[in-house]
Design a binder for this molecule. Structure first.
Ligand SMILES: [Zn+2]
Length: 396
């Protein structure tokens, strides 16, 4: 068995007992494991967990569970970056994952851990991306998969989850409480809940940082811009760069820009008010549904990271999200509104001088555009029509 332990992100309590949250202070837990002495070279046809097996405390990288996650492109957005006055702008296109979002990395690590622990049932509480991802990997693993969503989830979001054949249950009740109830019931009934900030899901996101560092020729940008909801993805990406610093491969962390939609920005609000803890955001509403979490379970840890490192947080307007989505599409990348939030945040941070002219940045584009087609109504899309015999004239 490979050694690892859980450590609390807040009080530092360490335990080898399985812990999704700290038994002392109820804050999220990190997974602490040994790191390799060097960075593995790329070998053709390896799966993500084969590639990074030395970074993860698994007995077996379980290539049989892989759906081809990770190894996503880091696209050079030269023209867009130049128009902002940046020296370089890159986009980590996580929509290129098997279920079209970054979640697949952490779902895989979560499922491997659950199976190594002997679980034969997994579950998740989600409103979209995580639900589809867990349903897909549960199907791949051939184990019973429970997906809990809130009662109001519209039909068009249920189909892409139900397609994988999980036990999909619409639960009538408070969504925030559902997260905690799932952990309690899961423990009792032997269902391993891979929720948004479960420690073994969070560490899957470390591979995003390893890949960026390697794709940039063993360097990092000045800024990494991350849309933040529950906070798990940000925690994982930060940990990935911290690993590279610990291994002596990097001498400084990139700075992080945490971005939320104004319509649901509990972390930014707490940051601006100087509060120590994130409070529930009243009546959340934003086109960036995938990051509409009014009470992020890793919110306090995101706040601690931003403050301790002197990073920054921005909340962006609905109009600026739509505008950013269009700007990315006009440069060839159609992403979901929650991902466009990153570009909108970068633009805002450049306008107020947080990010300076001549600096470099990487946007984490968390999910693909076809995840949320209802947004077409918010863009002024148009097309024309002509008869076949008038085609040549129309194209002149
Ligand atoms: Zn604690």
């Amino acid at each position: 068995m490979v050694f690892f332990r859980f450590t609390c992100t807040s009080c530092g309590k360490a335990t080898e007992e399985e812990a999704l949250r700290c038994p002392l202070c109820d804050e999220p837990m990190d997974v602490e494991a040994d790191l390799p002495s060097s960075f593995p070279p790329v070998k053709p046809k390896e799966t993500l967990m084969e590639r990074f097996r030395d970074f993860f405390p698994f007995a077996d990288p379980r290539s049989d569970l892989s759906l081809g996650e990770g190894f996503t492109p880091l696209v050079d957005m030269e023209a867009l970056g130049r128009s902002f006055g940046l020296s370089s702008l890159w986009a980590k296109n996580e929509g290129a994952n098997p279920t079209w979002s970054f979640k697949d990395r952490g779902t895989l690590t979560g499922v491997i851990h659950a199976m190594e622990m002997g679980y034969d049932r997994i579950g998740t509480v989600s409103t979209g991306n995580m639900a589809a991802s867990v349903a897909a990997y549960g199907a791949r693993a051939g184990i019973e998969t429970v997906v809990l969503v809130n009662k109001g989830l519209p039909r068009e979001k249920l189909g892409p989850i139900a397609m994988y054949g999980p036990r999909l249950i619409k639960v009538d009740g408070d969504y925030g409480r559902l997260y905690h109830e799932s952990l309690r019931i899961g423990k009792k009934l032997g269902i391993y809940f891979i929720n948004s900030d479960a420690p073994f899901r969070v560490i899957g996101s470390k591979t995003i940082s390893y890949e960026i560092w390697e794709q940039l020729n063993r360097s990092v940008p000045d800024w990494v811009v991350v849309p933040v909801s529950a906070g798990g993805n940000l925690r994982g990406i930060v940990q990935g760069f911290v690993d590279l610093v610990s291994m002596g491969l990097l001498n400084r962390l990139p700075r992080f820009l945490v971005v939320q939609a104004e319509g649901c920005s509990p972390i930014v609000k707490a940051f601006e008010e100087g509060a120590e803890k994130v409070r529930r955001f009243d009546s959340p509403h934003t086109v960036a549904h995938a990051i509409e979490n009014p009470f992020p379970p890793s919110g306090n840890q995101v706040l601690r990271l931003v403050r301790a490192n002197g990073w920054s947080c921005k909340a962006v307007s609905e109009d600026s999200i739509i505008e950013a989505q269009r700007a990315l599409a006009f440069n060839g990348l159609f992403v979901q509104p929650a991902s466009a939030v990153a570009l909108a945040g970068l633009k805002k941070a450049m306008a107020d001088g947080t990010v300076e002219q001549g600096q470099s940045a990487a946007l984490i584009l968390t999910g693909a555009g076809l995840k949320y087609t209802a947004v077409f109504g918010q863009h002024d899309l148009s097309w024309t029509q002509c008869s076949l015999d008038k085609l040549e004239k129309a194209l002149r």
